[in-house]
Ligand binder design. Structure first.
Ligand code: ADP
Length: 159
């Protein structure tokens, strides 16, 4: 059985993340979405909140599960028996960082392969950080995130 890990902060999950998770779930028999548990990173949602928002977003994908993790991503991948890491690549902005991380990860864990899926055209310029900024300024974000994430963002921002 080929298992893959899709790691990220997902602060919060967007339709861009969901698109990558959906497509990866069609390539691998099992997909684990790994939610970084990084207390020192300045995130809007707690790890438990990010996990719950992601769980709800992928509930219809039967071969996808969601787990928080801390420490090295490749170590977590090896622990759960994932053969590949899945990442999404947006136009120009993600490539260099992903390439750098991929080379480091390959040295740390040569047995874990990296699979990058190109972001769909609709989500090329969608990021969690931009989304949070736009929401805080009163922008309409309904077609960028699942409905329960709109609610969670508004609640968090007291809108
Ligand atoms: P990280 O802190 O690891 O970058 P993110 O939650 O920002 O965590 O992103 C997780 C993964 O999803 C990364 O591979 C990122 O490139 C990808 N991603 C983020 N936004 C999009 C998008 N709009 N379309 C496709 N992939 C995306």
């Amino acid at each position: 059985m080929t298992k893959a890990l899709y790691p990220g902060s997902f602060d919060p999950v967007t339709n861009g993340h969901l698109d990558i998770a959906t497509r990866a779930s069609q390539l691998f028999e099992q997909l684990v979405v790994g939610v970084y548990d990084i207390p020192q990173k300045n995130l809007m949602f707690t790890t438990a909140e990010r996990v719950n928002l992601m769980k709800k977003a992928v509930a219809h994908l039967l071969n996808v599960s969601v787990q928080p993790y801390s420490g090295l991503t490749v170590t977590f991948a090896q622990k759960i028996g994932a053969k590949a890491l899945v990442r999404g690549l947006r136009m120009s902005s993600d490539f260099e960082r992903e390439f750098e991380m991929a080379l480091m990860n390959k040295q740390l864990a040569p047995d874990v392969e990296l699979v990058c899926l190109m972001s769909s055209l609709d989500y090329q310029f969608l990021s969690s950080s931009l989304l949070k900024e736009v929401t805080s300024l009163g922008g309409v974000i309904h077609d960028m995130v699942p409905p329960h994430v709109v609610t969670a963002l508004k609640k968090k921002l007291k809108l």
